[in-house]
Design a binder for this molecule. Sequence first.
Ligand code: PA5
Length: 444
Amino acid sequence: MSISLNTKYLKDFIAPHELEAAKAQAELAAKTLHDRSGLGNDFLGWVNLPTDYDKEEFERIKVAAKKIQSNSDILIVIGIGGSYLGARAAIELLKSPFYNNLKKDTPDIYYVGNNINPTYLNEVLSICEGKDISVNVISKSGTTTEPALAFRVFRELVEKKYGKEGAKDRIFCTTDKARGTLKQLADTEGYETFVIADDVGGRYSVLTAVGLLPIAVAGCDIDAIMAGAKQAQDELAKDFDNNDCYKYAAIRNILYSKNKSIELLVSYDPSFTMMAEWFKQLFGESEGKDGKGIFPASVTFSTDLHSMGQFIQDGSRVMFETVVDIKKPKQDFFLESDAENLDGLNFLTNQNMSVVNRKAFEGTVLAHTEGGVPNIVLELEDTTEKSFGYMVYFFEKACAISGYMLGVNPFNQPGVESYKKNMFALLGKPGYEDQKAALEAKLK
Ligand code: PA5
């Protein structure tokens, strides 16, 4: 098991009989998921993905990654939400948050089309000047405004630099197998395409070409990622008593029933920050509906202890923490003692820095639980590809079980449409004329 649940710090908040009572609900949710009889059951492709993925396409991903590595200084990844967060989370966790600045023989990676900010776009364009680039545009619907707009700009750039023929070697489209503007455009222009299966939603798609192509370009071992996910698929199908994923889902729901409506995902490793962003989308978009849901938030300690620590310790008692405790950091740093000890820090020395980080964790968890904040601890073995794959599957399944326990459809996202309708109307998109005047009046 790459992840195990430690409930040691929950004993003042959840009694054993409460977990026992939630067990039946969690088992029912798991049965509903496996029977495919629940809400959103046409979006369950991710459940068997670690065994049922398209092996031919998987090999094509590796070939495309090698090609991009051999002919590009920069890979531009265009996508938003579930179409980019997983890849970025993986690359920062498995490689480094400083990936682009590392000495390496793989391309730098920049993410665009995840906002509509002109400064951001101009800055990435200027970074690309004089560099060889490839583009991976990722959009399941193939119609999302942010990536479509960015793709228009980068397609033009690639065509200008390499010609229409050359662009075919450098533009890779990950989208629906048949529908959407992006698929049509890719077919017309002859770009290589990768498929997002109909039954895999955006936020559950990191283990498809959506995540795997950029991750492979960064030099990560995607076979090991899938092996980790496969191990999770097998182990996390066990009964409740032997299933930390189900227990985690149950505990979240027990805490929610006690008015703990914010979950803070905590880590002590800055390379986990984007993983937390991925987690927030997964749980936020899956559970936040019908007036219900735990609001997913995140902090990175110890830095955020100096900004959010006061609130967590002493503010409104509305939250619980889920600490991802990475047992083995990628690297350690031995702290030497200093003969003069002018800074008074010799009490920290003659040991690895990871030990100091661990004491910060232990001190914090004791303080926060004392302050009335329940702490769930998820022990993650390390930050290897295998553990990443395992963790992705763990959280995806926990989210599905938790969502079913909450009584929502964890696989749709009807609320995301509201801002789009307003934005399109305000921008004068054909078909939205009726709403425009009313919205403009409200803005006056
Ligand atoms: O999880 C989801 O469905 C969303 O976050 C999508 O991933 C996001 O909106 C991007 O959509 P698309 O891939 O269709 O461009």
